[in-house]
Design a protein around this ligand. Structure first.
Ligand SMILES: *Cc1c(COP(=O)(O)O)cnc(C)c1O
Length: 373
């Protein structure tokens, strides 16, 4: 049992912490399997709350991790050795422009800390991934939010008006979490065309493998300012537990600044090895992505048969409106062994990850009762 020292709960001195942190709420992750098991009183759970790839990572990862485990006493390679070269080769990008990080969350943190002064503005479009709000607030930035359309697509015209004013940083999350909406290449090109090159552009492509519809890097390069495309091994590559993300940056110089701000040995040796093995097994990636997209179609057909309002998702999850409300639906599904993600988006919107076929069967069977008023 955890014994709490009561004295440690009440600080003896005034908080030494920067006031900016008082307004920040720590990231609330999806329900863990242990918590769900306790609350639902069952262990046969489908974890559909965190957009992990339940089909699993490449079978080649296990051997790579085992090999890397042979010498845990040695520090990992500070620049992840061969990973940037392998990534660069496939993306036709100089390895020096690729930074590998412990999850792409860390990339967001490093970039924001590297470029934001207190009071700088971040242009984004809510509802979107909470990390921008958290790391932006920690860096004492201010936010310009261009709310999404009723469909949750980006309001491109309204966004262009704000982009043209030259915010310090602009975030484009596509496909967007939690709504699943993707931008088109034309949308992105139009936005970049009006964006001054003094703005830093961060394109979050955590779900890119599910929607590689256009060449983001070519558009960013043609625009010519300072930019980072953030990608991850956590979603389609199935390595969320090992924490590896990467950024493709506009210049080697920018990577050099990110190297100054990050801890030198931030990506564990086993994680580096796992990511390299996963990267080299594109066949496995393509297979699981194709199955997930097909399964998403099956879940969407189920939702449409129930006349449930949903977005057009280009990622490995669906985003739907529950007449019963988000929390009630999540609680009912939990009793059925399904962990999903209720959101605070007004109207009762719930995000549900596409799992293995059996998980999705369970979901489709449980949804009518879970969504009913
Ligand atoms: C999951 C996710 C990430 C971060 O994932 P990491 O595990 O830190 O790589 C970043 N952006 C979006 C939009 C995500 O959904």
């Amino acid at each position: 049992m955890l014994v709490v020292d009561q004295k440690s709960l009440t600080p003896a001195v005034a908080s030494p912490v920067r006031p900016a942190l008082e307004g920040v709420v720590a990231y609330k992750a999806g329900m863990t399997l242990a918590e769900a098991a306790r609350r639902a009183g069952r262990t046969d759970l489908s974890k559909l709350a965190s957009n992990e790839n339940l089909l699993g990572c490449s079978p080649k990862v296990a051997d790579a991790v085992k090999a890397a485990l042979a010498s845990p006493e040695i520090y990992p390679h500070p620049f992840c050795e061969t990973l940037p070269a392998s990534i660069g080769l496939r993306l036709a990008t100089h390895a020096g422009r690729i930074v590998v990080t412990p999850g792409s969350e860390a990339l967001i943190d490093y970039l924001f800390r590297a470029v934001l002064h207190p009071g700088d503005s971040i242009l984004l479009s809510a509802p979107t991934f909470p990390a921008y709000g958290i790391f932006g607030a920690c860096a004492e930035a201010s936010f310009i939010d261009v709310p999404r359309l009723e469909s949750f697509d980006l309001d491109v015209e309204a966004f262009k008006l704000e982009a043209a004013k030259g915010p310090k940083l602009m975030v484009l999350c596509t496909p967007n979490n939690p709504t699943g909406n993707a931008m088109s290449g034309v949308d992105m090109a139009e936005i970049l065309a009006v964006t001054p090159r003094s703005t830093v552009v961060f394109v979050d492509e955590a779900y890119r493998e599910y929607h590689a519809a256009f060449d983001t890097l070519a558009l960013l390069k043609a625009w010519g300012g300072t930019w980072v495309s953030g990608r991850t091994f956590s979603k389609a590559y199935g390595l969320a537990g090992l924490r590896v993300g990467y950024g493709i940056c506009s210049s080697v110089v920018l990577v050099g600044y990110l190297d100054r701000i990050r801890p030198p040995f931030n990506v564990a040796a086993i994680s580096q090895a796992a990511a390299l093995a996963a990267w080299d097994d594109q066949e496995h990636l393509c297979r699981t992505v194709a199955l997930t997209i097909a399964e998403r179609g099956r879940v969407e057909a189920g939702l449409d048969a129930m006349a449930v309002q949903r977005t057009r998702s280009s990622a490995n999850f669906v985003f739907l409106r529950s007449p019963a409300g988000a929390e009630a639906t999540a609680m009912r599904l939990l009793q059925d062994g399904l962990i999903v993600r209720p959101t605070h988006v007004p109207g009762g919107w719930v995000r549900i990850t596409i799992g293995r076929p059996a998980d999705n069967d369970r979901l489709i069977a449980a949804l009518p009762a879970a969504l009913a008023l």
